[in-house]
Design a protein around this ligand. Structure first.
Ligand code: ADP
Ligand code: MG
Length: 653
């Protein structure tokens, strides 16, 4: 009371501080602190002693604003900390307090220097200043040659000195040390105590907690606590000499972490965690990698197929009708579509050409070479009707057809395969089923445009010749009809159907048109693309769930690290951002790997002759989806991490 009345309030003032645990859900409440009142002036070196379980750690958590009391007030520098929100408490922790724990509580994945720098990162200290200060502190504590060592590469005493350096990083006005020598051998323990004494001499307020009276004896004031109450306080006998002490200068003005620094730090930490758990991470990533890669490849395949269908449409000519015989009568000569039918159909004004075709596989021989090939007997107007030009020589004529001339026109590839040594096959003799034919022409390459390589394997000859000499059938296998320029394909189809029905009395023929067939095929391709895309999307979803799973695991494994970060001044938003960064980084790495693998698979398929068209939009879309997946599925685990209670997080194993 008298201290509060003075012009300068004590640094720490506790009044009737109580803390109980439980008490809800039927369990009896455990009253750990039962009204602690205590004043600590700036610059004091106080030891709080008590038996194990007497509530010392609980008291320290309250002093360090890691926990809130159940009742009573705590004024720090005259300010009631109960009025501060979570972020303000975090700020107070990183500006005023430095914690030293019995178990050191260093972040296992970071080096000594990085551990020391954690509080400065949350305080927003610039990188260069941070490095300089952490190095100077570690130098001063005799660890100048251990900067890059990870905690497990250091002895207990060294780890404790790293944690003291961390406590000093942001100035460490108040050093709160909970059993700092508890895990150390007596020599290291003595060194740590000497260090704390030195800090007290330098003006830091040092509060150590111990169950060991010998350790406590090193302090200038000893407060004894038993069963949650202060039972003895040497200050009552010897008042503190705080006024004589130098004030500790704050090391860095705390502007709060700058976004870029913290983001960079979060990325670095995330990368390290990923690398340490690289096997697990890569397994998790598989989902995203497969998802992204398949989205890219599937869409490229779909696009390629569609493009091909469109190319086919123009190669076939969209103005063609096809007719063939079907049903019971299709095999009976005279009942199926006959030449007489075609004669009649040819008179329809809507049609410009009627091309009967007869087709089948036959053996073609040139010199010593035999080839099984697809032979098509067709009309002389075929090149015009199917917009398929002749490359060498010429096409057979209508007279050839009438005269049953033994002439043949070779497809581009057939010519090459049958007579590789012959530059110009025109005029050569070939045998078809042992009948001599004369080659009169070679067709231009069609397959590339039509998307169907078999076009170039074709052997063409006059319809009549093929029917009479080669296949022994007068009826066409199928008939192609070209619709007159400007006329409607549908109207022409209807006219042909009416005429044929009139002649046959039944529909023992089928009429189709290329445009409709191609449109149907394009629709099928679109459906396929949609289906494949759906599968890809599902695997992306599975990948997202994998990310969430691994992040939940990470949060559980690193609960203590989260506690350490909170104790050193991280706000909830900092923790949230860090874990979200990790999730997104995982997904970005997965997405990038997926893009690369997708492109590689696509390249392989292109080499294998599959027509693929990569779409930049699909690639970018898949990548963005993967990143968004990380953001969405990482949010829940990150929020879980940020919502942890600092004390609970710290005491987790
Ligand atoms: P000390 O550090 O003096 O050994 P602690 O402050 O750690 O003692 O604990 C004091 C008492 O409070 C112990 O009996 C312990 O069981 C109890 N306690 C500490 N934390 C909790 C908690 N989160 N829930 C319930 N009881 C707790
Ligand atoms: Mg304890």
């Amino acid at each position: 009371m008298n201290a509060e009345a003075g012009p300068r309030p004590p640094l720490i003032a506790l009044d009737g501080l109580r803390k109980h645990y439980g008490g809800r859900g039927g369990a009896p409440a455990v009253e750990v602190l039962r009204g602690v009142s205590l004043r600590i002036e700036a610059g004091e070196f106080v030891a709080i002693v008590g038996a194990s379980g007497s509530g010392k750690s609980t008291l320290m958590h309250l002093l360090g604003c890691l926990d809130r009391p159940s009742a009573g007030t705590y004024r720090f520098d005259g300010r009631d900390v109960a009025m501060l929100d979570a972020d303000e408490l975090a700020r107070l922790r990183r500006e005023a307090f430095g914690f030293v724990f019995q178990g050191y509580h260093l972040i296992a994945t970071e080096s000594a220097q990085e551990n020391v720098e954690v509080p400065a990162i949350y305080a927003g200290q610039p990188e260069a200043a941070r490095h300089a200060r952490s190095q100077a502190l570690l130098d001063r504590l005799g660890l100048g040659d251990r900067l890059g060592h990870r905690p497990h590469q250091l002895s207990g005493g060294q780890q404790q000195r790293v944690s003291i350096a961390r406590a000093l990083m942001n100035g460490g006005r108040v050093i709160l040390a909970d059993e700092p020598t508890g895990a150390l051998d007596s020599k290291s323990g003595a060194e740590v105590m000497a260090l704390l004494e030195e800090l007290a001499d330098a003006g830091h307020t040092v509060v150590i907690i111990t169950h060991d009276r010998e350790v406590a004896a090193a302090a200038r004031r000893v407060v004894e606590i038993r069963d949650g109450l202060v039972v003895a306080d040497s200050a009552r006998a010897a008042p503190p000499r705080s006024a004589a002490r130098a004030q500790v200068e704050p090391a860095g003005e705390s502007r709060g972490p700058s976004l870029s620094t913290e983001l960079r730090d979060a990325c670095r930490a995330a990368w390290r965690v990923m690398w340490i758990n690289r096997f697990r991470t890569s397994l998790t990533l598989l989902g995203i990698v497969i998802g992204v890669a398949s989205v890219i490849v599937m869409l490229a395949v779909g696009l390629g197929a569609r493009h091909q269908v469109v190319a086919q449409a123009s190669a076939f000519g969209a103005n063609l009708l096809y007719m063939s015989s079907v049903g019971a009568s299709s095999r009976i000569p005279g009942r199926s579509v006959t030449l007489a039918d075609l004669q009649a159909v040819g008179d329809l004004p809507l049609l410009s050409h009627v091309l009967p075709n007869v087709t089948g596989n036959k053996v073609v021989r040139f010199g010593e070479k035999d080839l099984q090939t697809y032979v098509r007997g067709t009309g002389a107007a075929m090149p015009e009707v199917q917009s398929w030009p002749v490359r060498l020589g010429g096409f057979f004529s209508a007279e050839d057809d009438r005269d049953l001339a033994a002439v043949a026109v070779l497809g581009h590839k057939l010519a090459r395969d049958l007579m590789p040594e012959v530059p110009n096959p025109v005029g050569r003799r070939i045998l078809i089923e042992n009948m001599p034919f004369q080659v009169v022409g070679v067709m231009a390459e069609k397959g590339a445009a039509a998307g169907d390589q078999s076009y170039d394997d074709l052997l063409l000859m006059p319809f009549s010749t093929a029917g009479v000499k080669v296949f022994g059938q007068r009826e066409p296998t199928y008939t192609a009809m070209a619709v007159r320029e400007g006329a409607s394909v549908d109207a022409a189809e209807k006219a042909v159907d009416e005429l044929m029905f009139e002649r046959h009395g039944i529909r023992d023929y089928r009429i189709g048109n290329a445009a409709a067939a191609i449109a149907a095929k394009a629709r099928t391709e679109d459906t396929m693309t949609l289906l494949l895309g759906l599968i890809a999307a599902v695997s992306l979803l599975v990948g997202g769930i994998g990310v969430m799973n691994v992040m939940l695991m990470t949060v559980r494994e690193r609960t203590r690290e989260i506690g350490i970060r909170m104790a050193t001044g991280a706000r909830r938003s900092d923790i949230l951002r860090q874990f979200l960064t990790e999730a997104v980084l995982v997904s970005v790495v997965g997405g990038s790997a997926g893009v690369l693998i997708g492109l590689a698979i696509g390249a392989g398929l292109i080499v294998a002759g599959v027509p693929l068209i990569f779409s930049l939009r699909a690639i970018a879309g898949a990548f963005v989806c993967a990143t968004a997946t990380g953001l969405v599925f990482g949010f829940m685990p990150a929020r879980q991490a940020a919502g942890l209670d600092p004390v609970v997080a710290l005491s987790s194993e």
